[in-house]
Design a protein around this ligand. Structure first.
Ligand SMILES: Nc1ncnc2c1ncn2[C@@H]1O[C@H](COP(=O)(O)OP(=O)(O)OP(=O)(O)O)[C@@H](O)[C@H]1O
Length: 582
C-alpha cells in the first residue's frame, strides 16, 4: 500500500513507474540513439550543399551521403519504434498495477467513504485519471528527453561554428516561450476546474442512468432532467472558455517558433557580405537552424501533459490516501464465536445513531433485531461485519476486538446479505459461485436446490447460464434476493447476517426460503433484521431497537408481555397481515 505520498507530483509519478524502470531506461537510451541518428541527415544536407557550391562534381560523394542519410532515417525509425514499444509495455504494467492498487484500496476503506463518494467519481479515478498517465509515462519520458536533446545538440554545434549566428538562430525561442508561458499561466487552476466539472458530469451521468426508471416515471426525460443537462453544459462551457483564452497564445507560438529563417537569412547575408561569415558556415547554420524548432515544439506539446500530472496524481492519491480500517494481517485464535457489543456508540457523520449498545449474541443461536425504521438495526449489523469502526465502545467476537481480527479472517467468519445485494452482470451460476469461487457446477446447483431457488432458476430463459444484467437488472427484486441468499449459503460462514434479506420476496416464497435458511444455518450464528415480525418469532433472542438504544430483549412471548413497543409492532403486523389475506 502506498502511503508515502504528497509532495512533488512528478516524483509520485516516478514512484509509480519505478518497479518497471528497466523498460523506461531501455526506452530512453534507444530514443536518444534514435535522435542522434535523426540529426545526421541535417549535417549531410549542409555538407552536400557546401560541396555543391564549391563545385564538387563527384557523384559518388553525394551518393554516399545520401545513403548515410537514408540509413540513419531507417535506423532512427527502428530505434524509435522499439523505444516506444518498451515504454508502452512498461506503462501498461504501471497503469494496471495502479488500477489494481485502487481496487484493492477500496476493499480496505470504511464503507462510508464508498457510499458517500459518487460512483461516477470513483470510476473516473480508476479509469480516466489513470489513463491520463499513459502519455506522461509512455511518451514524455522517452520522447521529451530525446526531443530536447536534438535542439540542445544542434545549438551547441552552432555555437561552436559561429556564436553570433547561433544567437541569431535562437531569437524566435524567447518569443515562443513568452507565448507558451501566457498559455500555461493558469493551467493548474483551469485544469483542476475541468477535472472537477468532468467528475461532476460523470457522477450525474451515472446517477441519470441509475435513476432512469424514476426519471421516466416522473416525466423528467433528457433535457428536462436539469441536473444532468446543467452538468454537461457546464463542462463544455468551461473547456471552450479555456480554449478561447489560450488559443491566441498557441497560434502565435506555433507560427513564430519555426520561423528561425526570418532572422538567420538577413543577418547571415549581412555577415557574409561583410566577410565575417564563410558561405559554408552560413549554409550549415541555415540548414541546422531548421532542425531546432520541430523537436522543441514536439517537446512543448508534452508540457501540457506534464502540467496535468499534478491534478491527476492528486485525484489518484485522494483515493489511495484514504484512511483504512486498521486491521492486522495475521489470523488470530478465537476461543468461540460469541459476539459482544459493549457500550457501542456510532455516528456516520455528526449525529449519533447508536447511543450505548450493550448486547451479547451467543454462538449458534438466532438473534433478531426489530424496531422502527431508522432506529439503527442495520447499523448494528454493519458494525459487527466491520463495515465501519465504532466511534465509541467495543465489539468483540470470541473475546477479541473486531479490530484485532484480520479482514480475511472476518470475511471468512461472516456472510452478510443485505436488502440490495449486488449481482454482477454475469450468469446466475457465476453469481452464486462468488460465495465459494472453487465450487463445482454441481455444488452451485445443490446449494440452489437447498436454498429453494433451483426451480425458479430453471424457469429462467437459460437456466443457470442466464445473464442477470447490470446489478441483476434482468431479475425481479425477490429473485435477486434469493440468488444472494444462495451465494451466502454457499460461502458456508459460521456467522450469517440477513439484513432484510427477504424483504422483496412474496409471502409464499418467503416461507420456503425461511425454511431453507433455518436448515442451512443450523448450528450457525444467525442474525436477522426483519420488518415482518412473523418471520422471527422462533428466534432465541429478539432485540428491540429504538432511537439507537436497546429498548428490550427476550423471546417473542417474553417481549409480548414485557415490551409495549414490541406488542404494538406485533399487533400492527398481525392487523396488516389480516387485511392482506382478507
Ligand atoms: N451511510 C449512511 N450515512 C449517513 N447516515 C446513515 C447512513 N446509513 C444510515 N444512516 C442513518 O442512520 C440511522 C440508522 O439507520 P439504519 O439503517 O441503521 O436504521 P434501520 O433501523 O436499519 O432502518 P430500516 O429499518 O429503515 O432499514 C438513520 O437515521 C439513517 O438515516
Amino acid at each position: 500500500m502506498d502511503q508515502s505520498q504528497g509532495g512533488n507530483p512528478f516524483g509520485r509519478l516516478i514512484e509509480f513507474a519505478r518497479p518497471h524502470k528497466t523498460g523506461y531506461i531501455v526506452s530512453v537510451v534507444l530514443a536518444v540513439l534514435g535522435v542522434a541518428f535523426g540529426i545526421v541527415p541535417y549535417f549531410a544536407t549542409a555538407r552536400m550543399t557546401i560541396e555543391l557550391l564549391s563545385g564538387n562534381r563527384d557523384l559518388s560523394f553525394y551518393m554516399v551521403w545520401c545513403l548515410i542519410s537514408g540509413g540513419c532515417f531507417v535506423l532512427k525509425a527502428i530505434l524509435m519504434g522499439i523505444s516506444t514499444r518498451a515504454s508502452h509495455e512498461a506503462t501498461f504494467e504501471v497503469l494496471s498495477e495502479a488500477r489494481r492498487k485502487i481496487a484493492s484500496k477500496l476493499t480496505r476503506v470504511p464503507m462510508g467513504y464508498i457510499l458517500n463518494t459518487p460512483s461516477g467519481q470513483l470510476k473516473n479515478g480508476m479509469v480516466e485519471r489513470i489513463e491520463q498517465l499513459e502519455v506522461p509515462l509512455a511518451h514524455v519520458i522517452p520522447e521529451m528527453t530525446s526531443n530536447l536533446l536534438v535542439p540542445i545538440a544542434i545549438i551547441v554545434y552552432l555555437f561552436v561554428l559561429d556564436w553570433r549566428m547561433a544567437l541569431v538562430s535562437l531569437i524566435t525561442i524567447p518569443v515562443g516561450m513568452m507565448c507558451y508561458m501566457g498559455m500555461m499561466k493558469e493551467y493548474p487552476k483551469k485544469y483542476g476546474e475541468v477535472v472537477k466539472a468532468g467528475n461532476h458530469m460523470s457522477a450525474t451521468t451515472v446517477e441519470y442512468i441509475g435513476g432512469i426508471e424514476v426519471i421516466k416515471a416522473f416525466n423528467q426525460a433528457d433535457n428536462s432532467y436539469q441536473k444532468f443537462t446543467d452538468a454537461v453544459h457546464a463542462n463544455a462551457d468551461l473547456i471552450l472558455d479555456w480554449m478561447k483564452d489560450t488559443q491566441k497564445y498557441s497560434a502565435i507560438m506555433m507560427s513564430v517558433w519555426p520561423a528561425a529563417l526570418i532572422s538567420v537569412l538577413p543577418v547571415g547575408c549581412l555577415f557574409y557580405m561583410s566577410g565575417s561569415l564563410s558561405a559554408a558556415t552560413f549554409i550549415t547554420v541555415t540548414v541546422l537552424s531548421l532542425g531546432i524548432a520541430g523537436p522543441l515544439v514536439a517537446a512543448m506539446f508534452f508540457t501540457d501533459d506534464i502540467a496535468k500530472i499534478g491534478t491527476v496524481m492528486g485525484e489518484i492519491d485522494g483515493i489511495l490516501n484514504q484512511p483504512e480500517l486498521v486491521r492486522p494481517e495475521r489470523k488470530c485464535d478465537l476461543q468461540n464465536l460469541d459476539i459482544a457489543l459493549e457500550n457501542v456508540h456510532f455516528a456516520y457523520e455528526e449525529k449519533e445513531v447508536l447511543k450505548g449498545i450493550d448486547l451479547t449474541i451467543p454462538q449458534g443461536k438466532i438473534t433478531a433485531f426489530v424496531g422502527p425504521s431508522g432506529s439503527g438495526k442495520s447499523t448494528i449489523a454493519k458494525l459487527i461485519a466491520s463495515f465501519w469502526d465504532v466511534t465509541g465502545g467495543l465489539i468483540t467476537i470470541g473475546d477479541k476486538s473486531v479490530k484485532e481480527i484480520s479482514n480475511d479472517q472476518l470475511n471468512d467468519l461472516i456472510s452478510y446479505v443485505s436488502q440490495d445485494n449486488y449481482l454482477f452482470n454475469d450468469t446466475v451460476r457465476n453469481n452464486i459461485r462468488m460465495g465459494k469461487p472453487e465450487a463445482s457446477d454441481s455444488e452451485v446447483e445443490q446449494i440452489a436446490k437447498d436454498s429453494g431457488c433451483h426451480e425458479f432458476i430453471m424457469n429462467l430463459e437459460h437456466g443457470y447460464e442466464t445473464v442477470v444484467g447490470g446489478a441483476g437488472g434482468h431479475l425481479s427484486g425477490g429473485e435477486r434476493q434469493r440468488i444472494a441468499i444462495a451465494r451466502a449459503m454457499l460461502k458456508n460462514a459460521p456467522i450469517v447476517i440477513l439484513d432484510e434479506a427477504t424483504s422483496y420476496t412474496d409471502p409464499e416464497n418467503e416461507a420456503v426460503i425461511q425454511e431453507a435458511i433455518s436448515r442451512l444455518t443450523k448450528g450457525k450464528t444467525l442474525i436477522v433484521i426483519a420488518h415482518r415480525l412473523s418471520t422471527i418469532t422462533d428466534s432465541d433472542q429478539i432485540v428491540v431497537v429504538k432511537d439507537g438504544t436497546i429498548q428490550a430483549k427476550g423471546t417473542h412471548e417474553e417481549l409480548l408481555k414485557e415490551c409495549s413497543l414490541y406488542h404494538t409492532m406485533w399487533t400492527a403486523h398481525m392487523d396488516a397481515k389480516e387485511v392482506k389475506t382478507a
